[in-house]
Write a protein that binds this ligand. Structure first.
Ligand code: NDP
Length: 241
């Protein structure tokens, strides 16, 4: 890849941080988005610099359309265009559906699904003008595998997969590729309270994944090596489904 501009939402920690580093190592200037953890975002940027890469941090809540819109507008003024967008920001609020509050339901949908709209829409318009761009969205095995306590999360992630398939077909002839990576259980703060020893028993490879194992697939999908891949959901889950 030549010097491209990549925006990674939720790039401050976990899978997003690994994606930022992988894209930076491939030569992209990486814009590391975070919502509140400035220290972690700055650590990500420091890791990028140590690897010889370049980037910057940017703070906005993807669930907030106005805040996101202003920040992306400013970003597009600074950089003219975004070549790569990775919609990675996501969160959980697990609860049995019978007990789930509207707040828990909306929180997860607002970050994943509304966040996808808020971030992708303004960036896509610019990509279409230039007839060039690549969008990768991070979903989850939970989109297809029903998990107790995750109706909100499963709904959001399944929605993202449907949205990306449709968007891919709308823009395939206009130079923009849209794909999804669906991780299984990955070692990050998000998964730290899950019963990993029990879950490992249902993972054919018998172990949880590493953020880098997701990041390498995202980097591939963003590269010219993936030039004929669009509208796909790539599972990276140790063989779960
Ligand atoms: P982490 O909880 O470790 O990190 C979440 C990241 O998202 C942080 O950078 C956080 O920013 C950011 N974030 C959360 N909400 C918002 C928001 N509203 N606006 C902007 N940024 C936000 O998560 P993971 O790295 O584990 O997960 C990354 C993605 O992978 C998510 O979409 C998740 O659903 C998905 N996934 C994770 C799996 C796992 O096992 N870990 C499995 C399957 C999918 P800040 O640091 O400021 O809080």
């Amino acid at each position: 890849m030549s010097k491209q501009i990549a925006l990674v939402t939720g790039g401050s920690r976990g899978i997003g941080r690994a994606i930022c580093l992988e894209l930076a190592k491939s030569g992209s200037f990486v814009v590391v988005n975070f919502r509140s953890n400035k220290k972690a975002a700055e650590e990500t940027l420091e890791i990028i610099h140590q690897a010889g890469g370049t980037g910057e941090t940017i703070c906005f809540d993807v669930a907030n359309q106005e805040e996101t819109g202003h920040n992306i507008e400013a970003l597009l003024m600074r950089h003219d265009a975004i070549d790569i967008l990775v919609n990675n920001a996501g969160e959980t609020a697990d609860s049995l559906f019978a007990l789930m509050s509207l707040e828990e339901w909306m929180k997860v949908l607002n970050t994943s699904l509304q966040g996808f709209y808020n971030v992708t829409k303004p960036i896509l318009m610019k990509m279409l003008n230039r007839k060039r761009g690549c969008i990768v969205t991070v979903s989850s095995v939970s989109a297809r595998l029903g998990q107790r306590g995750q109706t909100n999360y499963s709904a959001a992630k399944a929605g993202l997969e449907g949205a990306c398939r449709s968007l891919a077909s709308e823009v395939a002839r206009l130079g923009v590729r849209v794909n999804v990576v669906a991780p299984g259980l990955i070692e990050t703060e998000m998964s730290q309270n899950l019963p990993k020893e029990i879950i490992k028993q249902i993972i054919p490879m018998g172990r949880v994944g590493l953020p880098e194992e997701i990041a390498r697939v995202v980097r591939f999908l963003c590269s010219d090596e993936a030039s004929y891949i669009t509208g796909q959901v790539i599972s990276v889950n140790g063989g779960m489904i």
